[in-house]
Design a protein around this ligand. Structure first.
Ligand code: SF4
Length: 453
């Protein structure tokens, strides 16, 4: 998911609408924008699909105010439907507020059980609603104290935004697994999942929100509260590898630069004799450039992407994913015909895409297809909100390297090491690599009894 919020910005809904377009790659199943006007009146519009399908008839201009927030989401099996499209809005005697969150709270089952026993009724399956109930559990206390307490009860990888009629609160999990950054605009402030949203809004990047930090944006400016003493930078490696846009900077590291360096390291770790390097558009192009630079094998555009087809691995069903692969890529026959190809991809999740692309390239006349992956073998499920699917569905959860090569039909297969995956971040982060290594940065709470308080 992608979240975005702005304080003190003229035509805030329109600015957020444009900013969300630059976060659309983070989710295409739904989206929404909410604002407060100067009198504290609340406005919201949300829907299912792409932003261009949701906001079709001037709805953005009817969202008044200079304080607003928005989100784009992708669905997974349990959290689809309009009810789960954020921002969510809550009435409360202490003041109305809206919430949106990216990521996943791993102890949500335990917290839901704890709250339900005390009379809370949930209307959605979102972590945003969980956070709202936790914040209002002790509504008599100071609001920031309540938010600190609530965030300390939540474990996982998340970035959250809370909007009241006069303030934005934005916070990042204490492990820094999910990205969140701050910018300035028109003398006001913007927070976003990725800095690429700032350019289209006309905002200037200020800094990343720190792991375990809450920033408050209001007429006093930016105020910072550290809600945990146990914070560290364990940014999701898959954000660098696949999810984030190449023009985003995360925790001091540019995403394109990360991928290019990963490609250079991949060429050193998994060399092969070939005639050309071809990247799988678009998230693998930077890594393919890096591979080409390091190996000296020319980079060519051997695959062309059809625009306007969604990403395959965040589409919710297998049928949709398979159809998506067929629709989204074409080999360039006159370029790849008769050539030995190094096919660079960012990752292999289920293997659906890789198998089809290798076949496509062979049918277009490639004599050899050597697959090189700019990340380690994905063997484990993500518990922090990236829908990498169940272990049974992952290509490499139960296969050796040779078995994986056979499954995708490549002449050879090579993966980047976890060490190079970390070092490609230039020391900016020690990224979470749990889906490769199985070493999760948090407890997973799978075995804990949810009926215990
Ligand atoms: S497990 Fe993988 S996808 Fe999930 S946060 Fe860690 S690196 Fe990212």
């Amino acid at each position: 998911m992608g979240v975005l919020a702005a304080y003190g910005v003229k035509d805030v809904a329109t600015r957020i609408y444009y900013g969300l377009h630059n976060l659309q790659h983070r989710g295409q199943e739904g989206g929404g924008i909410a604002t407060f006007d100067e009198e504290g009146h609340y406005y919201r519009y949300r829907g299912l699909g792409l932003l261009s399908e949701i906001f079709t008839d001037g709805e953005v201009t009817r969202l008044k105010g200079s304080l607003g927030m928005g989100s784009v989401k992708y669905a997974n099996a349990s959290k689809g439907g309009l009810d789960n499209v954020e921002p969510l809005f809550f009435h409360h005697r202490s003041g109305d507020f809206a919430v949106a969150a990216d990521g996943n709270v791993v102890n949500s089952r335990q917290i839901v059980a704890y709250l339900e026993k005390r009379g809370t009724i949930f209307q959605t399956g979102t972590d945003s609603e969980l956070l709202a109930h936790l914040v209002k559990k002790n509504a008599g206390e100071d609001r920031i104290v309540n938010i600190v307490k609530a965030l300390n009860m939540m474990e996982g990888g998340f970035a959250v935004v809370i909007m009241t009629p006069n303030r934005i609160y934005a916070a990042r999990d204490k492990h820094g697994i999910k990205p969140l950054c701050i910018g300035t605009l028109d003398g006001g402030y913007v927070v976003s999942s990725e800095s690429c949203a700032f350019s289209i809004m006309g905002a200037q990047f200020l800094r990343d929100v720190k792991p375990g930090e809450i920033v408050s944006l209001d007429r006093h400016g930016i105020r910072s509260t550290l809600y945990s003493r146990f914070s560290r930078y364990r940014m999701c490696a898959m954000e660098f590898i696949y999810f984030a846009r190449p023009d985003s900077d995360i925790d001091g590291c540019n995403v394109h630069a990360y991928r290019e360096e990963a490609g250079r390291r991949l060429a050193r770790e998994c060399p092969v004799e070939a005639d050309m390097v071809v990247g799988v558009p678009e998230s693998s192009l930077s890594a393919a450039m890096g591979y080409s630079q390091e190996s000296g094998i020319p980079y060519e555009m051997g695959l062309v992407k059809h625009k306007y087809v969604g990403r395959t691995f965040i589409e919710p069903t297998q049928d949709m994913r398979e159809l998506g692969v067929k629709m989204k890529l074409s080999p360039v026959q006159s370029i790849v015909g008769g050539k030995r190809i190094v096919l660079v991809d960012d990752s292999i999740v289920r293997g659906t895409t890789s198998l089809k692309i290798v076949k496509m390239l062979r049918e277009a006349g490639a004599t050899e297809v050597h697959v090189r992956i700019a990340s380690p073998m994905m063997r484990f499920t993500c518990h922090y909100g990236v829908d990498t699917s169940t272990p049974e569905e992952l290509l490499c959860s139960h296969r050796t390297l040779e078995e994986a090569r056979q499954a995708i039909g490549a002449d050879s297969l090579g993966y980047l090491s976890p060490e190079s995956t970390r070092e490609s971040a230039f020391g900016c982060a020690d990224p979470c690599q749990a889906c490769f290594t199985g070493e999760y940065p948090t407890l997973l709470y799978d075995d804990l009894n949810e009926s215990e308080d």
